[in-house]
Design a protein around this ligand. Structure first.
Ligand code: GLP
Length: 243
């Protein structure tokens, strides 16, 4: 594993954007796995800046997002499709057809998830997968449980995740109870993984994920077995974790 400890959230975001930009410069036809949540907002802003400064292009890039709430349409302002449009896709030269987010509006979970997994395979797999870290160790919406879900599937959200994400909705009752998410196996099949972690409130779970035993009760801990992981955290997250 490669580890970068950056002083601030802004430095963490810039470092992560540099790694993604380098990936696109080396291979302009890259397939990226993308994440949502508050952690990557700065990194997406930096990538937009890189695009505007003519340093990178997304013209031939393909993307697959990790997850989507079940039951939210792409127009819903809390859907992950909406998040991606607002924070990245609307501001760069990416082909809209080349951007995929699981279809949360499809009530047929099996069809939605199988076709997503198939599309990733047909694209030749993911070159670089970006990940945030949930407070309970989830990656995508792979919540702590007694096994590692392998493929894209419907996941019930835990109470703690619904509470954590309630800040984006009018009330907790409005947070969907389920999501479609890439499986842990889908993530582990990516050729490179880039995880970004910010803030003292993530220190505890950061320690469990990277310095503790590998267990499905901390889904991110499986990354210890991935051959090409880069972890970028800010000082607040790392200092608490290493203590
Ligand atoms: C969300 C997403 C994850 C994200 C995580 C952390 O629920 N499904 O993909 O990484 O929780 O979010 P944040 O960056 O806001 O802490």
């Amino acid at each position: 594993m490669q580890l970068f400890i950056e002083e601030t959230y802004e430095d963490m975001s810039r470092r992560a954007a540099d790694l993604i930009a380098a990936q696109l410069i080396v291979d302009p036809t890259s397939t990226l796995g993308l994440a949502t949540g508050s952690t990557p907002i700065g990194l997406y802003a930096d990538l937009v800046e890189d695009f505007q400064a003519d340093r990178i292009s997304f013209e031939q890039v393909t993307t697959f997002n990790l997850d989507e709430y079940r039951g939210l349409s792409p127009e819903h302002d809390q859907s992950y499709r909406y998040f991606m449009q607002k924070n990245l896709f609307d501001h760069v030269d990416i082909d809209p057809e080349a951007t995929s987010v699981p279809d949360g509006a499809n009530p047929d979970a099996q069809a939605a998830c199988e076709s997503y997994e198939q599309a990733i395979g047909e694209a030749g797999g993911i070159d670089l997968q970006l990940l945030g870290l949930g407070h309970n160790g989830h990656i995508g919406f792979n919540e702590p449980c007694d096994h590692f879900p392998v493929r894209t599937h419907e996941a019930a959200l835990t109470e703690s995740t619904r509470q954590a994400n309630a800040r984006f909705f009018a009330s907790e009752a409005e947070v969907p109870a389920a999501a479609y998410t890439m499986g842990v196996g889908t993530v582990m099949a990516a050729r490179r993984v880039l995880m970004i972690v910010t803030g003292a409130d993530k220190a505890d779970i950061l320690r469990k994920a990277f310095l503790g035993p590998v267990t499905p009760w901390v889904p991110a801990s499986i990354l210890q077995f991935h051959p090409d992981v880069t972890l970028i955290c800010d000082r607040a997250a790392w200092d608490g974790a290493a203590r």
